[in-house]
Structures are given as structure tokens and as C-alpha cells.
Ligand binder design. Structure first.
Ligand SMILES: Nc1ncnc2c1ncn2[C@@H]1O[C@H](COP(=O)(O)OP(=O)(O)OP(=O)(O)O)[C@@H](O)[C@H]1O
Length: 312
């Protein structure tokens, strides 16, 4: 094993087709298909128990599917787990570390596990410590790290061997606001340099800014895949406030808009952004003096709510 970036065979990225995995009578993943492309950040989102972690464990070679196929850079994790482990950086949701070692020693040990020559493991350790902003804590014992600091160490571990593919299960949980922004920027820059990034999270506002594509799963099945830019036409609620509420309500009724009271504001259901723009023009002309006009949920949140509504 070396630390060089591994050339991709054929179609790179992650391709999952019709995958199922049960634990006895519990079907954790029923039928999931998805593609995560090199150079993109793909968000894996879905309710608790949807099967996201189980799928990621299969991608990370730690579980074998009962049915369906998985390839990572064209390699099947079930038949060639060693090769897949060379290509992937895996950050589980909660992981143990060697508590007696320092942060730096943990990374040196990981480097050795990837058969990196010692000098290379050392220089690469310094690079990833800088990438995740852990330089100042490099000589602390891993056991005294805070939760967010442990998350950053997990990210450093995942990056150490320069994987082509990152599989990250809730990497932002426990991170403070600045660290979240830094993680987002890091993932974007890794994607820009050709890495395939698959990331699960429940924080949709954050994924909205980070991801190119979202795959929504529920009940162990893929229920929707969409590009983040393509998410805009979804129907969603817009919250409106105006200095003259009476005129606002009259103008909404005149426009035939479906609205309801929301305290000092009014919530309006609109089919998409073009309808929102047209309504805003009418409200401006009505003399209601609109002071705020914005969607209640981001595009990804709205798409998620719509896609998962009937499964509640
Ligand atoms: N080893 C196991 N044995 C039995 N059931 C399991 C096992 N692992 C997962 N499950 C079940 O499979 C389903 C999917 O779990 P999974 O952890 O993959 O969901 P998730 O989408 O990651 O959820 P969350 O968002 O809460 O992390 C759940 O109902 C869970 O209880």
C-alpha cells in the first residue's frame, strides 16, 4: 500500500445498484441505488433509521450486501476489500481511538497501517493536521480531546492516505460553527481536486451550501436524487411581513394565493420561484409595503420535507 493518489479504473466514483442488507428479521437497507461522482460532494440524507449508516458500512467494506452491487472506482468492496480500503477515507459516526497515544502518534500509526514509509507518514501527518486545524493539539493525548476535536482527528485519519473517495457519516456533529465552515470549505476543495465525497448529515442548511447532489433515502430505499441547483422548482412556503398587513392580506386574496396566519407574518404556499417573483411584484404594487419576503425552508429542506412527507 502506498500513499499515492490511486488512479481510477474506468468510471470513477461510487455506484450503488439495488443494494439490500438485513440483520435477521430487520431489513436495514431494502433497495438503495445511488451514484456519487468524482469532483462532487453528494449528500446522503434521510430520517433516523433510513439505512444511511448501514449503506456506508457496506461501502467501507465492513458489511457485505445481501443483494445488489457496489463499486468504488470500479472495484467491488465485497470481492476486493483491500483495494477499496486503499481508495477510501472512511469516517464513521462515532469512532474509537487509541486513547494513550497523542494525536500525532495516532496519525503516525494510521500511516504505518497503510504501509507508508515512516518519513512520509510524518510529513503527511503534518499536512493533515494543518488541514483540520489540529496542529496546536498534536501532542495531546487523544483521550482528552473534546468531541469536536475528536471529529477533526477522525477527518485527519480519513484523509491521511490521500484517498480518491471520502465516505463521511455525520462529520459535522459536535463541531463548533467555525469548524463546520472549515469542514465545508475543506470538502469543497477536496471535491474540486477530483475527490469523490459522500457525506451523510441531518443539517440540511449546511449540506445545501456544500453539496452538488442530494440522495434522499427513507425506509431503506432511495426515494429521490436531485442536483442541489435543480431543487429550486419545488413547492414551498414563503414567509411575508408588511407594514400594512390589511393591504397585504387583501393583495394575497386578490392574487388567489393560499396563505395562513403566522403571528405578525403571513405564510404563503407557492409552487416555485417564478410564482414567488410574480407575487412579489403584485405585493409591491399593492401598497402593502413588504418588509420581508423569504422562503421558510432552503431548497434542500423543502425537497426533503416533500419527499419524506408520506412516510411519516
Ligand atoms: N446490527 C444491526 N442489527 C439489527 N438492526 C440493525 C443493525 N444495524 C442497523 N439496524 C437497524 O437498521 C435500520 C437502519 O439503521 P441505520 O443505522 O443504517 O440508519 P441511519 O439512517 O444511519 O439512521 P440515523 O440517521 O439515526 O443515524 C434501523 O432500524 C436500525 O435499528
Amino acid at each position: 500500500m502506498t500513499s499515492d493518489v490511486v488512479p481510477q479504473q474506468g468510471g470513477g466514483g461510487i455506484v450503488v445498484e439495488g443494494v439490500r442488507r438485513a440483520f435477521g428479521a430487520v431489513v436495514a437497507v431494502e433497495d438503495i441505488s445511488l451514484t456519487a461522482r468524482p469532483g462532487e460532494v453528494t449528500a446522503l440524507i434521510g430520517p433516523n433509521g433510513a439505512g444511511k449508516t448501514t449503506l456506508m458500512l457496506m461501502l467501507a467494506t465492513l458489511l457485505v450486501p445481501d443483494r445488489g452491487t457496489i463499486t468504488i472506482d470500479g472495484v467491488d468492496p465485497a470481492s476486493d476489500p483491500r483495494e477499496v480500503r486503499r481508495r477510501i477515507g472512511w469516517m464513521p459516526d462515532g469512532f474509537g481511538t487509541w486513547d494513550a497515544l497523542t494525536v500525532r502518534e495516532v496519525l503516525h500509526t494510521i500511516g504505518a497501517a497503510y504501509d507508508m514509509p515512516s518519513h512520509e507518514a510524518r510529513s503527511r501527518t503534518e499536512e493533515v493536521l494543518a488541514q483540520v486545524h489540529l496542529e496546536d493539539l498534536a501532542d495531546r493525548r487523544a483521550r482528552v480531546l473534546s468531541r469536536g476535536q475528536k471529529q477533526r482527528l477522525g477527518m485527519a485519519r480519513a484523509l491521511l492516505h490521500r484517498p480518491t473517495t471520502l465516505i463521511l457519516d455525520e462529520p459535522a456533529s459536535g463541531l463548533d460553527p467555525r469548524s463546520r465552515i472549515e469542514l465545508r470549505d475543506l470538502l469543497r476543495s477536496l471535491a474540486a481536486s477530483g475527490t469523490t465525497v459522500l457525506v451523510s448529515s441531518h443539517i440540511l442548511t449546511e449540506l445545501q451550501e456544500m453539496a452538488d447532489r442530494a440522495v434522499i433515502v427513507a425506509g431503506g430505499r432511495t426515494i429521490e436524487t436531485q442536483t442541489v441547483e435543480g431543487a429550486a422548482p419545488v413547492a414551498r412556503t414563503w414567509r411575508v411581513t408588511a407594514l400594512d398587513r390589511q393591504r397585504l392580506v387583501a393583495a394575497l386574496s386578490e392574487a388567489g394565493a393560499a396563505w395562513r396566519d403566522a403571528g405578525i407574518a403571513v405564510d404563503v404556499e407557492l409552487a416555485g420561484d417564478p410564482e414567488a417573483a410574480t407575487l412579489l411584484e403584485r405585493l409591491a404594487a399593492s401598497g402593502a409595503r413588504v418588509t420581508a419576503y423569504a422562503p421558510l425552508h432552503g431548497e434542500m429542506e423543502a425537497a426533503y420535507l416533500a419527499a419524506t412527507e408520506e412516510r411519516r
